[in-house]
Design a protein around this ligand. Structure first.
Ligand SMILES: [Zn+2]
Length: 205
């Protein structure tokens, strides 16, 4: 359980330093595939000072087991994803600015970079706006993602899922990097030729 909590703190701090969300926004979780325990970041707490014991642990049935703080407001979304997808052991939810801008414009992020193409295998889809704090937002996000590991939640943020929290973080970082570069390219022209040349879902990151 300690290892799981430590991983959540490490990745949340890394995402915060990378500018994937302002302030205390966003939330991160990891599941231990053996016990089914899920560790989730606490609500509204600074990533700079977060320690393992601040991370809240739920059991496989979604009952809170341990933690000094209130769990993230968006815990129901995380728990729903783990319930519906036994292959997933890491969930990242960030409020990444460039990805959010694309969501506001309802513009899916195309695989403009090799890393993004490798991770996503196509456009990053956009889920219609819905209020956060419910498990329905997780169910809807999974529906929109299909077999892709990322989705933009309109007027809200980005959600990525993977077999580990490390990988979910890498995907979230790649999505934001892709959105940023796409935005820069769009200042000059629409980079459609680039899209054709990247083999989707293949290549090295
Ligand atoms: Zn959020």
């Amino acid at each position: 359980m300690e290892e799981l909590r430590h991983k959540v703190v490490e990745i949340a701090a890394r995402a915060s330093r990378a500018g994937l969300m302002p302030g205390t926004m966003g939330n991160f979780s990891a599941r231990d595939s053996e016990t089914g325990y899920v560790a989730i970041t606490p609500s509204g707490y600074s990533y700079d000072v977060m320690k393992s014991q601040d991370v809240v642990v739920f059991n496989a049935e979604g009952k809170m087991l341990d933690g000094d703080r209130k769990p993230s407001f968006e815990s129901p979304m995380h728990l729903r994803i783990y319930r519906d997808r036994p292959d997933i052991n890491g969930v990242v939810h960030a409020h990444s600015p460039y990805s959010n801008a694309m969501g506001l414009l309802r513009r899916e992020i195309p695989p403009v970079l090799l890393t993004l193409a490798h991770f996503i295998g196509g456009n990053v889809p956009i889920a219609d706006y819905e209020p956060s704090g419910t498990e329905d937002i997780g169910a809807h996000a999974l529906e929109v993602m299909g077999d892709r590991p990322a989705v933009i939640l309109e007027k809200h943020g980005v959600l990525t899922i993977a077999s580990s929290l490390d990988l979910a973080y890498e995907i979230a970082a790649a999505v934001e990097d892709g959105a940023r570069v796409y935005h820069l390219a769009l200042q000059i022209a629409r980079p459609k030729d680039v899209l054709k040349e990247i083999p989707q879902g293949k290549g090295r990151a």
